[in-house]
Design a binder for this molecule. Sequence first.
Ligand SMILES: [Zn+2]
Length: 244
Amino acid sequence: MAVYKADAIVIRTREYGESDRLITLFSREKGKLEAVAKGVRKPKSSQRGGTQLFTYADFLLYRGKNLDTVNQVQAKESFVHLWNDFDRTIAASCMVELLDVATTREQPEPELFFLTLSFLFWLKELDPYIAQAAYALRLMHIQGYLPVLDHCQECGKPLESEQSFLCAEAGGVLCAICKNNRVVKTLNPGSRALMKQLLRAKPDKIDRLRWNQSMKGEILGGLCFFCEQKLERKLKAWRQGSKL
Ligand SMILES: [Zn+2]
C-alpha cells in the first residue's frame, strides 16, 4: 500500500530542508505518524495551511522507505480561535506536546484522538489552563497512569483535609510521614478535589470549575512533574507556558 489516508491533527511541525516541513500527525486510524510536506514553506504552496500546527485535515500520504510524504491535504478545521489568543495557543501547545511525548508511532489510539480533537474545539469556550489540566488528567487516565489521589500510596491512610505529596514513583500521593526524602510535589486538599472534578466533569461543567493562583500552580506543576517522571521526558511547552 503505497498511498494511504489519514484523518488527522497536526501535533508538531519543524522546518525541514529549504522549503519543506516535517510534520507529526495524530490520526484516528493509525495514531501518531510522521511525514514530510514538500515545498510548503513557499508562499504559493497549496498545502501550506493544511500542514500548520493544530490543523485538523484529511491527508493522503505516500509511504516512503524512510519517511512518508504528504500527497494531498484538505483542511477541515484550522482552529483560528487558538491562534488569535495567546493563552489558548499556549494551552493547545501543551496538550499536543503531552500527546506527542506520551505516545509511540503507528499505535492506533482512537480514544486519545477524539479526546484531543474535542479539547481543541472546546478551547474556544473554556478557560485554557483549566482545559489543559482536564485534558492531561484524561490522557493519563486513558494511558493508565492517573495518579491515585485519595489515600497514601505507601501506608494506605485516607487523605482528607491534610496536605499530600505527589510522587510519580509511588503512582499517586503520599502522606507527610511516608514522603521521607523522596522527590515530591505538594498538593493541598483543595487541589486534589479539583483534580477529581477536572477528570470527571462534562465539558459544559468544566467551565464552572474555578481555581486560585496557588491551586493553578500546584495542579499544573504537579501534572507536569508527574508526567515528566512517568514518561522520562521533559515537557518544554509546559515549563515555558506555565513558568513552572
Ligand atoms: Zn503514608
